[in-house]
Design a protein around this ligand. Structure first.
Ligand SMILES: [Zn+2]
Length: 170
């Protein structure tokens, strides 16, 4: 059973079900900065953070702060199909009209922020955030092809692999 704020997100986004504006936010959303993602949500419903690949690492303090300050009940971690941050080409940065030293710095940063396979990454990060922040963190996948949003089911093998310290083998 998904937490209620996640059910409301899915009903609002996928089915266009209208909800009255919320008195205060109940959800924090972290998704990718990809231009194709457009979420339909009730008013005053959620904090929204966006990073490349919905990678929580660069914004985790903001997530913690919004949860603590506003009594957020759940977090939606939303990866998406065709994400450029799965295996980003750091040499794209050669096109940046900046100094070579600066470009090298960005190249290294982008390479370090690569997420690999999006479903595996999103599920694993959701589990890690849930352990650290102590509230439900639900991994979801946004299909940019048709804008459908769906919860990502856990892959039973991943739990075993995590406990063995294996990464990105699926
Ligand atoms: Zn993306």
């Amino acid at each position: 059973m998904l937490p209620e704020p996640i059910q409301i997100l899915l009903q609002s986004h996928n089915q266009g079900i209208p909800f009255a504006p919320f008195a205060k936010p109940v959800l924090a959303v972290l998704t990718c900065m990809d231009f194709r993602i457009h979420l339909q949500m009730p008013e005053n419903f959620a904090f929204v953070l966006r990073t490349g690949g919905a990678n929580p690492e660069p914004v985790e303090p903001y997530l913690a702060f919004s949860v603590a300050r506003m009594g957020i009940q759940a977090i939606a971690l939303i990866g998406h199909t065709d994400c450029a941050m799965q295996y980003p080409d750091p040499y794209v940065l050669n096109h940046l009209p900046a100094e070579e030293e600066r470009i090298q710095h960005y190249r290294a940063q982008i390479a370090a922020l690569a997420i690999g396979e999006v479903k595996l990454f999103t599920r694993r990060q959701a589990r890690r955030l849930e352990e650290r922040l102590g509230l439900p963190v639900v991994p979801l996948l946004y299909r940019v092809e048709d804008h459908h949003l769906a919860a990502l089911q856990a892959h039973p093998l991943e739990y075993a692999m995590d406990s063995m310290g294996l990464e990105r083998s699926l």
